[in-house]
Write a protein that binds this ligand. Structure first.
Ligand SMILES: [Zn+2]
Length: 463
Protein backbone atom coordinates (compact mmCIF):
# COMPACT_ATOMS: atom_id res chain seq x y z
CA UNK A 1 0.00 0.00 0.00
CA UNK A 2 1.11 3.55 -0.62
CA UNK A 3 -0.74 6.65 0.43
CA UNK A 4 0.75 9.94 -0.70
CA UNK A 5 -1.08 13.21 -0.40
CA UNK A 6 -2.10 13.92 -4.06
CA UNK A 7 -1.68 17.66 -3.47
CA UNK A 8 2.08 17.09 -3.36
CA UNK A 9 2.24 15.94 -7.00
CA UNK A 10 4.91 13.59 -8.34
CA UNK A 11 7.62 16.25 -8.65
CA UNK A 12 7.09 18.12 -5.43
CA UNK A 13 9.84 17.09 -3.05
CA UNK A 14 8.66 16.59 0.51
CA UNK A 15 10.62 17.92 3.49
CA UNK A 16 11.75 14.51 4.76
CA UNK A 17 11.63 10.88 3.64
CA UNK A 18 12.56 8.09 6.04
CA UNK A 19 13.52 5.03 4.02
CA UNK A 20 14.81 1.50 4.29
CA UNK A 21 13.20 0.53 7.60
CA UNK A 22 13.01 -3.14 8.41
CA UNK A 23 9.43 -2.36 9.42
CA UNK A 24 7.21 0.73 9.60
CA UNK A 25 4.57 0.40 12.32
CA UNK A 26 2.00 3.11 11.58
CA UNK A 27 -0.41 2.53 14.51
CA UNK A 28 -3.09 3.93 12.17
CA UNK A 29 -6.73 2.86 12.52
CA UNK A 30 -6.01 -0.39 10.64
CA UNK A 31 -2.70 -0.92 12.47
CA UNK A 32 -0.92 -1.03 9.10
CA UNK A 33 2.65 -2.36 9.16
CA UNK A 34 4.92 -2.15 6.10
CA UNK A 35 8.06 -4.25 5.80
CA UNK A 36 10.83 -2.28 4.07
CA UNK A 37 8.59 0.79 4.21
CA UNK A 38 9.06 4.53 4.11
CA UNK A 39 7.44 7.55 5.73
CA UNK A 40 7.27 11.04 4.21
CA UNK A 41 6.82 14.24 6.21
CA UNK A 42 5.94 17.59 4.70
CA UNK A 43 4.96 20.86 6.34
CA UNK A 44 5.21 19.21 9.75
CA UNK A 45 2.65 16.51 8.93
CA UNK A 46 2.80 12.93 7.65
CA UNK A 47 2.52 13.19 3.85
CA UNK A 48 2.53 9.47 3.09
CA UNK A 49 3.68 5.98 3.96
CA UNK A 50 4.34 3.09 1.61
CA UNK A 51 6.49 0.15 0.50
CA UNK A 52 10.04 0.41 -0.86
CA UNK A 53 10.27 1.78 -4.39
CA UNK A 54 7.24 4.08 -4.17
CA UNK A 55 8.69 6.87 -2.02
CA UNK A 56 8.45 10.51 -3.14
CA UNK A 57 11.47 12.75 -3.55
CA UNK A 58 12.61 14.31 -0.33
CA UNK A 59 14.71 17.38 0.37
CA UNK A 60 16.16 15.33 3.18
CA UNK A 61 16.49 11.56 3.39
CA UNK A 62 16.88 9.68 6.66
CA UNK A 63 18.25 6.17 6.53
CA UNK A 64 16.33 3.72 8.72
CA UNK A 65 18.27 0.62 7.64
CA UNK A 66 18.20 -2.13 10.30
CA UNK A 67 15.69 -0.01 12.12
CA UNK A 68 12.07 0.01 13.20
CA UNK A 69 9.99 3.12 12.54
CA UNK A 70 7.15 3.91 14.94
CA UNK A 71 5.14 6.99 15.79
CA UNK A 72 6.85 9.17 18.39
CA UNK A 73 6.01 8.10 21.92
CA UNK A 74 3.67 10.29 23.96
CA UNK A 75 4.37 10.89 27.65
CA UNK A 76 1.10 11.30 29.54
CA UNK A 77 2.43 12.07 33.04
CA UNK A 78 5.58 13.75 34.33
CA UNK A 79 6.97 16.26 36.85
CA UNK A 80 10.09 17.40 35.08
CA UNK A 81 11.40 19.79 37.75
CA UNK A 82 12.04 16.77 39.97
CA UNK A 83 15.16 15.92 37.96
CA UNK A 84 16.81 18.43 40.32
CA UNK A 85 16.20 16.02 43.23
CA UNK A 86 16.89 12.63 41.69
CA UNK A 87 17.79 9.63 43.85
CA UNK A 88 17.97 11.85 46.92
CA UNK A 89 17.97 10.16 50.33
CA UNK A 90 16.17 9.87 52.67
CA UNK A 91 13.15 10.33 50.33
CA UNK A 92 14.33 7.29 48.37
CA UNK A 93 13.46 5.04 51.31
CA UNK A 94 9.83 6.14 51.65
CA UNK A 95 6.45 5.54 50.11
CA UNK A 96 4.43 8.34 48.46
CA UNK A 97 3.41 10.43 51.48
CA UNK A 98 6.83 10.15 53.19
CA UNK A 99 8.64 10.83 49.93
CA UNK A 100 6.57 13.97 49.31
CA UNK A 101 6.96 15.25 52.85
CA UNK A 102 10.76 14.98 52.57
CA UNK A 103 10.90 16.82 49.25
CA UNK A 104 8.29 19.62 49.48
CA UNK A 105 10.62 21.96 51.46
CA UNK A 106 13.41 21.55 48.87
CA UNK A 107 11.04 22.18 45.96
CA UNK A 108 10.03 25.47 47.60
CA UNK A 109 13.19 26.90 45.92
CA UNK A 110 11.80 26.36 42.41
CA UNK A 111 12.19 29.48 40.25
CA UNK A 112 12.22 30.33 36.54
CA UNK A 113 15.85 29.36 36.02
CA UNK A 114 15.38 25.99 37.72
CA UNK A 115 12.17 25.38 35.75
CA UNK A 116 13.89 26.20 32.46
CA UNK A 117 17.00 24.09 33.14
CA UNK A 118 15.09 21.08 34.45
CA UNK A 119 12.69 21.25 31.49
CA UNK A 120 15.54 21.49 29.00
CA UNK A 121 17.26 18.45 30.51
CA UNK A 122 13.95 16.59 30.86
CA UNK A 123 12.91 17.15 27.25
CA UNK A 124 16.36 16.12 26.06
CA UNK A 125 16.19 12.91 28.07
CA UNK A 126 12.72 12.11 26.75
CA UNK A 127 13.71 12.76 23.14
CA UNK A 128 16.71 10.43 23.46
CA UNK A 129 14.27 7.76 24.63
CA UNK A 130 11.96 8.14 21.62
CA UNK A 131 9.41 10.53 23.07
CA UNK A 132 8.18 13.32 20.79
CA UNK A 133 5.32 14.76 22.87
CA UNK A 134 5.31 15.17 26.60
CA UNK A 135 3.07 16.73 29.14
CA UNK A 136 4.42 18.18 32.35
CA UNK A 137 2.46 18.42 35.59
CA UNK A 138 4.05 21.37 37.37
CA UNK A 139 2.17 21.80 40.63
CA UNK A 140 4.76 23.61 42.79
CA UNK A 141 4.53 27.39 42.35
CA UNK A 142 6.40 28.94 45.29
CA UNK A 143 5.73 32.59 46.11
CA UNK A 144 8.10 34.78 44.13
CA UNK A 145 9.16 31.87 41.89
CA UNK A 146 8.09 33.65 38.70
CA UNK A 147 6.41 32.31 35.57
CA UNK A 148 7.61 28.72 35.69
CA UNK A 149 5.42 27.36 32.91
CA UNK A 150 6.46 30.02 30.41
CA UNK A 151 10.08 29.11 31.25
CA UNK A 152 9.33 25.44 30.46
CA UNK A 153 7.65 26.34 27.19
CA UNK A 154 10.77 28.30 26.19
CA UNK A 155 12.87 25.14 26.71
CA UNK A 156 10.43 22.99 24.70
CA UNK A 157 10.47 25.49 21.84
CA UNK A 158 14.27 25.62 21.85
CA UNK A 159 14.58 21.86 21.64
CA UNK A 160 11.67 21.42 19.20
CA UNK A 161 9.57 19.15 21.44
CA UNK A 162 5.78 19.04 21.31
CA UNK A 163 4.62 20.06 24.76
CA UNK A 164 1.44 19.92 26.81
CA UNK A 165 2.08 22.13 29.82
CA UNK A 166 -0.32 21.69 32.69
CA UNK A 167 -0.93 24.43 35.22
CA UNK A 168 -0.71 22.37 38.38
CA UNK A 169 -1.74 23.65 41.77
CA UNK A 170 -1.85 22.99 45.50
CA UNK A 171 -4.21 24.92 47.78
CA UNK A 172 -4.53 22.74 50.90
CA UNK A 173 -1.56 22.94 53.25
CA UNK A 174 -0.97 21.17 56.54
CA UNK A 175 -2.85 23.77 58.54
CA UNK A 176 -5.96 22.94 56.46
CA UNK A 177 -5.53 19.18 56.72
CA UNK A 178 -3.45 18.72 53.57
CA UNK A 179 0.01 17.20 53.14
CA UNK A 180 2.20 20.06 51.76
CA UNK A 181 3.69 22.88 53.88
CA UNK A 182 2.36 26.45 53.61
CA UNK A 183 5.18 27.82 51.45
CA UNK A 184 4.27 25.70 48.40
CA UNK A 185 0.49 26.21 48.30
CA UNK A 186 -1.37 29.10 46.69
CA UNK A 187 -4.60 30.97 47.07
CA UNK A 188 -7.39 29.51 44.82
CA UNK A 189 -8.14 32.87 43.16
CA UNK A 190 -4.48 33.32 42.26
CA UNK A 191 -4.36 29.78 40.82
CA UNK A 192 -7.46 30.27 38.69
CA UNK A 193 -6.35 33.69 37.40
CA UNK A 194 -2.90 32.34 36.47
CA UNK A 195 -4.48 29.31 34.78
CA UNK A 196 -6.60 31.57 32.61
CA UNK A 197 -3.60 33.78 31.80
CA UNK A 198 -1.48 30.81 30.71
CA UNK A 199 -4.22 29.36 28.49
CA UNK A 200 -4.72 32.75 26.82
CA UNK A 201 -0.98 33.17 26.28
CA UNK A 202 0.15 29.70 25.23
CA UNK A 203 -2.68 27.28 24.36
CA UNK A 204 -2.82 26.63 20.60
CA UNK A 205 -5.93 25.14 19.05
CA UNK A 206 -4.76 24.22 15.52
CA UNK A 207 -4.59 20.46 14.83
CA UNK A 208 -0.78 20.31 14.71
CA UNK A 209 -0.31 22.56 17.76
CA UNK A 210 3.16 22.37 19.30
CA UNK A 211 2.03 23.79 22.67
CA UNK A 212 -1.17 23.23 24.60
CA UNK A 213 -2.09 24.00 28.19
CA UNK A 214 -4.27 21.95 30.56
CA UNK A 215 -5.35 22.56 34.16
CA UNK A 216 -4.07 20.20 36.83
CA UNK A 217 -4.79 20.48 40.57
CA UNK A 218 -2.34 18.07 42.19
CA UNK A 219 -4.20 15.47 44.25
CA UNK A 220 -7.04 14.89 46.73
CA UNK A 221 -4.62 15.46 49.64
CA UNK A 222 -3.16 18.80 48.46
CA UNK A 223 -6.14 20.61 46.91
CA UNK A 224 -9.51 21.63 48.35
CA UNK A 225 -12.78 20.35 46.81
CA UNK A 226 -13.72 23.98 46.06
CA UNK A 227 -10.65 24.40 43.85
CA UNK A 228 -11.37 21.08 42.10
CA UNK A 229 -14.91 22.27 41.27
CA UNK A 230 -13.77 25.74 40.14
CA UNK A 231 -10.98 24.27 37.99
CA UNK A 232 -13.38 21.90 36.22
CA UNK A 233 -15.71 24.82 35.51
CA UNK A 234 -12.83 26.94 34.19
CA UNK A 235 -11.61 24.10 31.94
CA UNK A 236 -15.12 23.76 30.53
CA UNK A 237 -15.33 27.50 29.85
CA UNK A 238 -11.86 27.68 28.26
CA UNK A 239 -12.26 24.31 26.50
CA UNK A 240 -8.98 22.85 27.76
CA UNK A 241 -8.20 19.51 29.35
CA UNK A 242 -8.08 18.48 33.01
CA UNK A 243 -5.49 16.37 34.77
CA UNK A 244 -4.81 15.19 38.32
CA UNK A 245 -3.43 12.29 40.37
CA UNK A 246 -5.97 9.68 41.41
CA UNK A 247 -6.00 6.40 43.35
CA UNK A 248 -2.22 6.20 43.46
CA UNK A 249 -1.74 4.30 46.71
CA UNK A 250 -3.53 2.98 49.81
CA UNK A 251 -2.69 6.06 51.90
CA UNK A 252 -4.77 8.11 49.47
CA UNK A 253 -7.76 5.74 49.89
CA UNK A 254 -7.48 6.17 53.63
CA UNK A 255 -7.08 9.96 53.41
CA UNK A 256 -10.20 10.28 51.21
CA UNK A 257 -12.25 8.07 53.55
CA UNK A 258 -11.19 10.15 56.56
CA UNK A 259 -11.48 13.61 55.02
CA UNK A 260 -14.23 13.23 52.40
CA UNK A 261 -16.00 10.10 53.65
CA UNK A 262 -15.69 8.34 50.30
CA UNK A 263 -13.23 6.65 47.96
CA UNK A 264 -10.98 8.71 45.63
CA UNK A 265 -13.07 7.98 42.54
CA UNK A 266 -16.32 8.95 44.25
CA UNK A 267 -14.66 12.21 45.29
CA UNK A 268 -13.47 12.75 41.70
CA UNK A 269 -17.07 12.40 40.50
CA UNK A 270 -18.49 14.64 43.27
CA UNK A 271 -16.19 17.54 42.33
CA UNK A 272 -17.38 17.46 38.72
CA UNK A 273 -14.43 15.80 37.02
CA UNK A 274 -16.08 12.62 35.68
CA UNK A 275 -15.79 13.24 31.93
CA UNK A 276 -13.69 12.67 28.84
CA UNK A 277 -12.11 16.10 29.38
CA UNK A 278 -10.01 14.58 32.18
CA UNK A 279 -7.16 12.12 32.34
CA UNK A 280 -5.69 10.95 35.62
CA UNK A 281 -2.28 9.69 36.65
CA UNK A 282 -1.82 6.22 38.17
CA UNK A 283 -5.22 4.73 39.02
CA UNK A 284 -3.55 1.83 40.78
CA UNK A 285 -6.45 1.07 43.13
CA UNK A 286 -9.83 1.37 41.38
CA UNK A 287 -12.29 -1.46 42.08
CA UNK A 288 -14.26 -3.25 39.35
CA UNK A 289 -17.22 -0.89 39.52
CA UNK A 290 -14.92 2.14 39.39
CA UNK A 291 -13.17 0.77 36.29
CA UNK A 292 -16.57 0.55 34.57
CA UNK A 293 -17.35 4.13 35.58
CA UNK A 294 -14.04 5.44 34.21
CA UNK A 295 -14.85 3.73 30.91
CA UNK A 296 -18.36 5.21 30.82
CA UNK A 297 -17.03 8.70 31.52
CA UNK A 298 -14.24 8.33 28.92
CA UNK A 299 -11.72 9.50 31.51
CA UNK A 300 -8.15 8.59 30.51
CA UNK A 301 -5.52 6.94 32.69
CA UNK A 302 -1.76 7.59 32.54
CA UNK A 303 -0.15 4.37 33.75
CA UNK A 304 3.28 4.95 35.35
CA UNK A 305 4.83 1.52 35.87
CA UNK A 306 8.31 2.53 37.07
CA UNK A 307 6.98 5.01 39.59
CA UNK A 308 4.44 2.49 40.92
CA UNK A 309 7.26 0.00 41.46
CA UNK A 310 9.75 2.41 43.04
CA UNK A 311 7.19 3.88 45.44
CA UNK A 312 5.69 0.46 46.12
CA UNK A 313 2.29 1.92 45.21
CA UNK A 314 0.91 -1.33 43.83
CA UNK A 315 0.20 -3.14 40.57
CA UNK A 316 -2.29 -1.17 38.44
CA UNK A 317 -5.13 -3.16 36.81
CA UNK A 318 -4.16 -2.16 33.28
CA UNK A 319 -5.57 -5.27 31.57
CA UNK A 320 -8.91 -4.62 33.26
CA UNK A 321 -8.88 -0.90 32.35
CA UNK A 322 -8.09 -1.66 28.69
CA UNK A 323 -10.73 -4.42 28.50
CA UNK A 324 -13.34 -2.02 29.90
CA UNK A 325 -12.44 0.51 27.19
CA UNK A 326 -10.65 3.10 29.34
CA UNK A 327 -8.13 5.16 27.30
CA UNK A 328 -4.76 4.19 28.81
CA UNK A 329 -1.51 6.01 28.05
CA UNK A 330 1.91 5.75 29.67
CA UNK A 331 3.84 8.19 31.82
CA UNK A 332 7.35 8.17 33.23
CA UNK A 333 6.10 10.20 36.24
CA UNK A 334 8.26 12.59 38.21
CA UNK A 335 11.97 12.63 37.68
CA UNK A 336 12.65 11.81 41.31
CA UNK A 337 9.98 9.15 41.87
CA UNK A 338 10.85 7.07 38.82
CA UNK A 339 14.23 8.85 38.52
CA UNK A 340 14.58 7.73 34.90
CA UNK A 341 12.50 9.26 32.08
CA UNK A 342 12.51 6.81 29.19
CA UNK A 343 9.20 6.04 27.52
CA UNK A 344 10.88 2.98 26.00
CA UNK A 345 11.49 1.75 29.54
CA UNK A 346 7.91 2.52 30.63
CA UNK A 347 6.50 0.70 27.61
CA UNK A 348 8.55 -2.39 28.39
CA UNK A 349 7.68 -2.14 32.10
CA UNK A 350 3.96 -1.85 31.30
CA UNK A 351 4.17 -5.04 29.24
CA UNK A 352 6.07 -6.87 31.97
CA UNK A 353 3.80 -5.76 34.82
CA UNK A 354 0.63 -6.78 32.95
CA UNK A 355 2.21 -10.21 32.45
CA UNK A 356 3.33 -10.39 36.06
CA UNK A 357 -0.24 -9.73 37.16
CA UNK A 358 -2.11 -11.99 34.74
CA UNK A 359 0.37 -14.24 32.92
CA UNK A 360 2.24 -14.10 29.63
CA UNK A 361 -0.93 -13.85 27.53
CA UNK A 362 -1.99 -10.63 29.25
CA UNK A 363 -0.02 -8.21 27.09
CA UNK A 364 2.05 -8.35 23.92
CA UNK A 365 4.51 -5.80 22.58
CA UNK A 366 2.11 -4.24 20.05
CA UNK A 367 -0.50 -3.47 22.68
CA UNK A 368 2.13 -1.92 24.97
CA UNK A 369 3.38 0.19 22.06
CA UNK A 370 -0.21 1.20 21.33
CA UNK A 371 -0.57 2.55 24.88
CA UNK A 372 2.66 4.54 24.45
CA UNK A 373 1.42 6.09 21.20
CA UNK A 374 -2.32 6.12 20.50
CA UNK A 375 -3.16 5.73 24.20
CA UNK A 376 -1.09 8.75 25.18
CA UNK A 377 -2.65 10.76 22.35
CA UNK A 378 -6.13 9.97 23.70
CA UNK A 379 -5.09 11.07 27.19
CA UNK A 380 -3.94 14.42 25.79
CA UNK A 381 -7.02 14.80 23.58
CA UNK A 382 -4.89 14.53 20.41
CA UNK A 383 -6.24 11.27 18.92
CA UNK A 384 -5.96 11.18 15.14
CA UNK A 385 -3.10 13.71 15.24
CA UNK A 386 -0.50 12.21 17.58
CA UNK A 387 0.57 8.63 18.16
CA UNK A 388 0.02 7.42 14.60
CA UNK A 389 1.64 7.69 11.19
CA UNK A 390 -1.29 8.46 8.92
CA UNK A 391 -1.61 11.16 6.26
CA UNK A 392 -2.29 14.50 7.94
CA UNK A 393 -1.17 13.37 11.41
CA UNK A 394 1.78 15.13 13.07
CA UNK A 395 5.18 14.35 11.56
CA UNK A 396 6.47 12.84 14.79
CA UNK A 397 8.34 9.54 14.50
CA UNK A 398 11.17 7.48 15.90
CA UNK A 399 13.73 5.29 14.17
CA UNK A 400 14.75 2.58 16.64
CA UNK A 401 17.98 0.64 16.05
CA UNK A 402 17.51 -3.13 15.89
CA UNK A 403 21.11 -4.01 15.13
CA UNK A 404 24.20 -4.93 17.12
CA UNK A 405 24.77 -7.27 20.01
CA UNK A 406 21.56 -6.53 21.89
CA UNK A 407 19.31 -7.51 18.98
CA UNK A 408 21.39 -10.31 17.41
CA UNK A 409 19.09 -13.22 16.65
CA UNK A 410 15.83 -11.24 16.86
CA UNK A 411 14.79 -11.50 13.20
CA UNK A 412 11.18 -12.65 13.30
CA UNK A 413 9.29 -9.77 14.90
CA UNK A 414 10.79 -6.27 15.06
CA UNK A 415 8.08 -5.00 17.45
CA UNK A 416 8.58 -7.89 19.87
CA UNK A 417 12.34 -7.35 19.55
CA UNK A 418 11.99 -3.64 20.37
CA UNK A 419 10.51 -4.30 23.81
CA UNK A 420 11.81 -7.76 24.69
CA UNK A 421 15.45 -7.00 23.82
CA UNK A 422 17.37 -3.89 24.70
CA UNK A 423 17.83 -1.62 26.54
CA UNK A 424 17.09 0.70 23.68
CA UNK A 425 17.01 4.39 22.82
CA UNK A 426 16.19 6.29 19.66
CA UNK A 427 18.56 6.42 16.70
CA UNK A 428 16.54 9.31 15.30
CA UNK A 429 13.72 11.26 16.92
CA UNK A 430 11.73 13.49 14.55
CA UNK A 431 9.19 16.07 15.74
CA UNK A 432 7.09 17.95 13.17
CA UNK A 433 9.50 16.73 10.49
CA UNK A 434 12.58 18.10 12.28
CA UNK A 435 15.32 16.01 13.85
CA UNK A 436 15.61 16.43 17.61
CA UNK A 437 17.85 13.37 18.00
CA UNK A 438 20.16 12.46 15.11
CA UNK A 439 22.11 9.22 15.23
CA UNK A 440 21.61 8.92 18.97
CA UNK A 441 22.76 12.49 19.72
CA UNK A 442 20.77 15.59 20.57
CA UNK A 443 20.74 18.06 17.69
CA UNK A 444 20.55 21.05 20.07
CA UNK A 445 23.93 22.57 20.93
CA UNK A 446 24.97 23.53 24.45
CA UNK A 447 24.10 20.25 26.19
CA UNK A 448 27.24 20.42 28.32
CA UNK A 449 26.58 24.03 29.26
CA UNK A 450 22.97 23.32 30.29
CA UNK A 451 24.09 20.30 32.31
CA UNK A 452 26.67 22.45 34.16
CA UNK A 453 24.02 25.02 35.06
CA UNK A 454 21.57 22.25 36.04
CA UNK A 455 24.23 20.73 38.31
CA UNK A 456 24.79 24.05 40.06
CA UNK A 457 21.08 24.38 40.90
CA UNK A 458 20.71 20.73 41.92
CA UNK A 459 23.73 20.89 44.24
CA UNK A 460 22.47 24.11 45.82
CA UNK A 461 19.03 22.55 46.42
CA UNK A 462 20.47 19.36 47.87
CA UNK A 463 22.87 21.04 50.26
ZN1 LIG B 1 2.80 12.24 39.40
Amino acid sequence: MSVVDPALGPDHPVDLVVTGARLVVTMDDDRTEIAGGWVAVDGGAIAGVGPAGTEPLGRRRLDAADGLVTPGLVNAHHHIYQNLTRALPPATEHDLFGWLTDLYPIWADLDEEAAYLSAWVGFAELALGGCTTTMDHLYVHPRGGGDLITAEIAAATELGMRFHATRGSMSRSRKDGGLPPDEVVQDPDEILADSERLVARHHRREPLAMVQVALAPCSPFSVTPELMVATAELAERLDVRLHTHLAEDRDEDEYCQQVYGCRPLEYFEQVGWASDRAWVAHCVHPNGDEIERLARWGTGVAHCPSSNQILGAGLAPIRELLDAGVPVGLGCDGSSSADSASLWLETRAAMLLARLRHGAGAMQAREALEMATRGGARCLGRQGTLGELSVGAAGDLVVWPLDGVRFAGAWADPVGALLRCGPNAARHTVVAGRLVVDDGQLVAPDVADVLRRHEAVARRWQR
